[in-house]
Design a protein around this ligand. Sequence first.
Ligand SMILES: [Zn+2]
Length: 295
Amino acid sequence: MHAKAVFFRGFGRIPVWSFMAVVQLRLCFLSCTSFSRCAKICIGLLIWLIAGACSGSSTQSESDGPATHHESDGSSFTVLVFTQTAEFRHESIPAGIRAIKSLGDEQQFRVDSSEDAAVFTDANLARYQVIVFLNTTGDILDLNQQAAFERFIQRGGGFAGIHSATDTEYDWEWYGRLVGAYFDSHPPIQLATVTVVDATHLSTVQLPATWTRNDEWYNFRADPSPHVSVLMQVDEMTYTGGTMGKNHPIAWYHEYDGGRSWYTAMGHTTESYSDPLFLRHVSGGIRWAAGETKE
Ligand SMILES: [Zn+2]
């Protein structure tokens, strides 16, 4: 709020204070024995009056707080699910969009989806609190679109990357640091056991400590662990084809360049998007990216 508005809002409280001040002034004049004493009391009352108006204004401005993103339809935030692919296209994309939209219906956040990189402008991105890269692949944004996305994160925006979000934009260094790692290789789809290493995060709090599931288990070009907070690891002893060793990160988060970034490497298969545990994992990640911290 502008200082001017705060000032006038504060003085909106004056009628109550003025009434009390007038009563005090009348008492003052009735009881005053000298002009100087009366003047001192009147100055004191004037200071009290102004202080009252100002304290009224500070209470008001605290309740206004920073700009909130609550929508008029009751949604707590708005998400853009982006699914453009320049390389491999996952069959699970439509199921993923449907699943995130129904998570939004259940948990009161709005979801738009797009395949069109032209949505990456400052004006359009300003409508969203979180941008999800759902199984994007390859080089999908041009330089202007990349710059708009960087500014979105720098303004405090949230990013949630799912599965091949790490198989995206290999030549855009800023994005590589945002998402945390780049895809390297994967063995065939198979069952493996995932271990939760941080059970306090919104995206893991409802998961079992160990979780056996079917997916395409990514190896990364480099271990992101030094730069991110790892949430889950996949146990390479429980499947064949892992190359990351004992601590193989498979989901993580970090604060980055003014915003928040969350990533899960799971989510190749269509079945993932009807698995209640995986969907809790994803909705927790999206909500954390939106700035929520509690259930
Ligand atoms: Zn895949």
